[in-house]
Design a protein around this ligand. Structure first.
Ligand code: AMP
Length: 141
């Protein structure tokens, strides 16, 4: 199977702006950033996305997230941080090597080119709906 862009980054076949690296994870700047400091964190072990990610790989990514998020926040005095993670094309995944987006958010959007717009329109569900949803998810754990 052909390597993904991020596997090529890991193998140094294409350049990247490295932010952090340890035995298990690699963090680098997104080259099409949605805000100043937009950083990606990837596992060194290949997973397509969250669905085929083993617990150890997930734990390693999880461990690195606070370190990267704090560094990105401090670097430009961000007013907040969003962490996104897309799985499969329909959910916005375009590179099929698991990654977390660390996206700083700025009140002063123009100075830091914060272009992110998050729409989160809540919906109302009945008690019956919630119980059905709860049962369906928990039986698949
Ligand atoms: P996603 O759409 O969640 O799969 O995110 C993939 C991200 O990878 C996008 O935000 C791209 O801007 C970013 N990207 C693509 N190619 C590169 C690259 N060579 N170096 C850094 N970031 C990249």
């Amino acid at each position: 199977m052909e390597k993904t862009i991020f596997e090529k980054v890991l193998d140094k076949e294409i350049p990247s702006y490295k932010i952090y690296e340890d035995d298990n994870v690699y963090a680098f700047l997104d080259v099409f950033p949605i805000a100043k400091g937009h950083t990606l964190i990837i596992p060194k072990k290949h997973c397509r996305n969250i669905f085929d990610c083993d617990e150890e790989t997930a734990a390693n990514l999880g461990k690195s997230l606070p370190k990267i998020a704090n560094a990105v926040k401090k670097a430009f005095n961000a007013d907040g941080i969003n962490i996104f993670q897309n799985n499969e094309e329909y959910a916005g995944q375009s590179v099929f090597h698991l990654h977390f987006h660390v996206v700083p958010r700025y009140k002063d959007t123009s100075a830091n080119f914060d272009n992110l717009e998050v729409k989160w329109p809540p919906q109302k569900l009945s008690e019956k709906d919630f119980l059905e949803i709860q049962e369906n998810i928990t039986k698949n754990l």
